[in-house]
Design a protein around this ligand. Structure first.
Ligand code: PMP
Length: 352
């Protein structure tokens, strides 16, 4: 008889970017937003502070769900909120991809490196679909048998986005599977698949407050889909009580999503800085896919990425380096403020 040891697995854990605490650092390694959240978020905290610690949170997170539904023009029963989009996606893996026939969930290789970790944790078979030589997602590769599909749009860490027609092709080819579009970076210049929801019952769109709404520390993510998909997610989530959102996240998240003007202003600044940064990188001898995200995935023509990463780090400038096949000569550089990016370029001029 098999003992418990046979049931224990070694899962290779997800490795997050460093969170160093120097005061003089330039932190461009984990795609955080360089601007503070909307001032309305602070006001919401002050307004609700007295009750936040004393009372239990509303298990339906109604204030936040209502604000998201209003903003995206859907009904409340189409919205699912969670503790960061990581939590939302984990719930979606458990709910939709754990199929009895054990058909593999498909996602791109190269992509967000949490997908294979969740699949392994939950014992869900998966198959990675290589990007083409230009790091693009090819829709025809998603016509093979599968138990569900997930991809980020824009993709990470490449920053490349696909259009709504390409997403429709994937949805049309897989009417019986749930297709998740992970839109963590969509607000920096890509069309959201939320506009396709009326025509596709198998589509789930996931977004986060960690990037364009500058609230990574608060852990807020959400999914929008048809009511049936959302109610399935709720049933799974409600079985894990620890995943309830806390009072602060509900109040601050709702305030953030209602402040459309601040959101537009800050995302626009990041987009402008990104486009300027692309030109600076070209002048320094870097090449990169045409990012639509709040980061650029760049490779230098003559100096190894690992060396640049190390030398920047010595100067307390943090970018992300992935020691993985095919991308080990690339750096992923988060778009900071213009001043932060200038410090990066000044350092690069010394190093190169
Ligand atoms: N999806 C992608 C593609 C990401 O890069 C990230 C952030 N690392 C997430 C989801 C998770 O974001 P969060 O849990 O902060 O919402």
């Amino acid at each position: 008889m098999a003992g418990w040891r046979e049931n224990v697995r070694e899962v290779e854990p997800y490795v997050a970017g460093e969170q160093p605490k120097q005061t003089d650092m330039v932190k461009l390694n984990t795609n955080e937003n360089p601007y503070p959240p909307s001032p309305k978020v602070q006001e919401a905290l002050e307004r609700t502070a007295a009750n936040i610690l004393r009372l239990y949170p509303d298990p339906t997170a109604d204030e936040l769900v209502t604000a998201i539904a209003d903003r995206y023009n859907v009904i409340k029963s189409q919205v699912f909120v969670g503790v960061g989009s990581d939590d939302v996606i984990a719930m979606a893996f458990l709910t939709f991809f754990n199929n009895p026939e054990k058909k593999p969930v498909l996602f791109p290789d190269i992509s967000y490196s949490f997908y294979d970790v969740w699949a392994e944790c939950f014992r869900i078979p998966y198959k990675t679909v290589p990007l083409n030589e230009n790091f693009e997602i090819c829709t025809e590769d998603y016509r093979q048998p599968n138990g569900g599909i997930i991809f980020p749009n824009p993709n990470a860490p490449t920053g490349l986005a696909i259009g709504l027609d390409a997403i429709k092709e994937i949805l049309d080819a897989n009417p019986d599977q749930v297709v998740i579009v992970d839109e963590a970076y969509v607000d920096f210049g890509t069309d959201s698949a939320i506009s396709l929801l009326d025509n596709y019952e198998n589509l789930l769109v996931v977004q986060t407050f960690s990037k364009s709404r500058s609230m990574a520390g608060m852990r807020i993510g959400f999914a929008i889909g048809n009511e049936e998909l959302i109610s399935c997610l709720m049933n799974v989530r409600n079985s894990f009580n620890s995943y309830t959102m806390n009072c602060t996240a509900i109040a601050m998240g709702a305030a953030a999503v209602r402040d459309e003007e601040y959101f537009r202003e800050t995302t626009q600044k990041i987009i402008e800085t990104r486009e300027w940064a692309k030109k600076e990188l070209t002048a320094l001898g870097f090449t990169y896919p045409d990012s639509k995200a709040n980061f650029i995935f760049a490779s230098h023509k003559s100096v190894a990425a690992e060396e640049i990463f190390r030398k920047l780090r010595e100067r307390h400038i943090y970018v992300r380096y992935f020691n993985k096949p095919r991308i080990n000569n690339y750096l992923r550089i988060t778009i900071g403020t213009r001043e932060e990016m200038q410090k990066l370029f000044d350092a690069l001029k010394e190093i190169l």
